[in-house]
Design a protein around this ligand. Structure first.
Ligand SMILES: [Zn+2]
Length: 144
């Protein structure tokens, strides 16, 4: 973790576990400023609600698999895809909700993929969107 003041390297001076997560006291090796970070516990605490009402634990692996399939053989650097997946995961965790609809995740992923690669976007969207949405989907295709 870099220092928020000068982006220098930091070290952890104190670490405490609390019900809300891990609290770390850090000190910058360069400017010597001190600050505290909180790491929320339980990434797996997030549940995904499916269209049919079933709930399952959020799985980054599943998310990755779906996204990587969409980017297969596309000329997009692995690092950029990885970064995008991180952003999606962080976004979901930051919300602090215990539950998120699978459709909300789908929309978020599509928005992100669209910015990276249109072919991957179409692949992902065609798997993700259900048949009822076919009109909306065609409309989007025209807009690309
Ligand atoms: Zn600093």
């Amino acid at each position: 973790m870099d220092c928020p003041y000068c982006s220098g390297k930091t070290r952890v001076t104190d670490k405490r576990n609390s019900p809300e997560g891990v609290r770390r006291r850090r000190e910058c090796l360069k400017c010597k400023k001190r600050f505290t970070t909180y790491e929320k516990l339980g990434r797996s605490d997030l549940y995904v609600t499916k269209k049919d009402g079933r709930r399952e634990k959020f799985s980054r692996e599943k998310l990755e698999a779906g996204i990587e399939r969409a980017f297969e053989k596309r000329p997009v650097a692995k690092e950029r895809i990885e970064k995008m997946i991180n952003e999606i995961e962080e976004h979901l965790m930051r919300h602090g909700k215990k539950e998120v609809k699978s459709s909300a995740i789908g929309e978020l992923v599509m928005k992100k993929i669209k910015r990276l690669d249109h072919v991957a976007y179409i692949r992902f969207a065609s798997v993700y969107r259900d048949f009822q949405d076919i009109k909306a989907f065609k409309k989007e295709l025209r807009e690309l």
